[in-house]
Design a protein around this ligand. Structure first.
Ligand code: NDP
Length: 247
């Protein structure tokens, strides 16, 4: 793997909107080959078509990260088509906030399935190839909520703390294979994340608060670009950012 972004082969999960989509655009515009996965095939196909029409290299592969075989397929297709995988960005996630006492147990399950197991499946899919290559970079998306816990966000915070824990273990374990690991922990960014909060009072309150402070997705995309473009012997372990106005 070489320094910079150009010609890197980058897989992004959850690239049909928000941070994943912005990062796909940012990296493709800088010469990366970007393989984008998400469940909404129409969205990722439209993004790939738009980018390819401008001369960039983007491939869409429908992927549900809760299905281990689909995540393996996303990565295996990448390696088959492009010969390697340089970066695995485990970005897919959801945040249906609600206090524990409302017992949204199905939503707890979904957060665990997508935010934790989806990241683990991404690692499982990428690691064998990166070990064989003796190079690679796994980037996992945590959150400011991977550092603090607020009432009403307990399960989401638990999943994002888990992402940090498993990323730190991964970092230590993959040293022999020359694989880099980065955790990116964003604060409030304007995306579709709040649209999936099912409790309408919680959604309204969160949207009112977040709309006053949220920033655009550019900082996240630039954080990914920075981490992957550092020289091979530099491992950017974590980037934490928040809007200046966020407490
Ligand atoms: P969005 O809701 O805009 O994007 C979420 C993405 O995840 C979508 O592309 C969605 O695609 C994908 N996704 C959800 N479930 C699955 C699944 N089962 N399989 C595959 N893809 C899935 O939100 P963001 O861009 O904000 O979120 C991206 C990441 O950033 C998440 O991990 C989130 O927790 C994290 N984050 C976001 C912050 C923010 O303020 N926005 C702050 C801190 C962290 P589809 O529905 O098509 O499958």
């Amino acid at each position: 793997m070489s320094q910079g972004i150009e010609n890197k082969v980058v897989v992004i999960t959850g690239a049909s909107s928000g941070l994943g989509e912005a990062t796909a655009r940012h990296l493709a515009e800088r010469g990366a080959t970007v393989i984008i996965g998400a469940r909404r095939l129409d969205r990722i196909e439209a993004l790939a078509a738009e980018m390819n029409a401008q001369g960039y290299k983007v491939v869409a592969v429908q992927t549900d990260v809760t299905d281990r075989d689909q995540v393996k397929n996303l990565v295996d297709i990448t390696v088959k088509q492009f010969g390697r995988i340089d970066v695995m960005l485990n970005n897919a996630g959801l945040m249906p906030l609600a206090p524990l006492e409302r017992l949204k147990v199905d939503e707890w399950d979904r957060m665990i399935d997508v935010n934790i197991k989806g990241v683990l499946y991404g690692i499982a899919a990428a690691l064998p190839h990166m070990k064989a290559q003796k190079s690679g970079h796994i980037i996992n998306v945590s959150s400011v909520y991977g550092h603090v816990v607020d009432p009403g966000a307990t399960v989401y915070c638990a999943t994002k703390h888990a992402v940090r824990a498993l990323s730190e273990g991964l970092r230590k374990e993959v040293k022999p294979y020359n694989i880099r690991t980065t955790i990116i922990s964003p604060g409030a960014v304007n995306t579709e994340l709040l649209e999936h909060i099912s409790e309408k009072d919680i959604q309204a309150g969160t949207m009112e608060f977040v709309s006053k402070i949220a920033i655009g997705p550019g900082t996240f995309a630039r954080s990914v670009a920075f981490a992957i473009s550092e020289p091979d012997d530099v491992d950017i372990n974590e980037i934490l950012f928040r809007p200046t106005a966020q407490p």
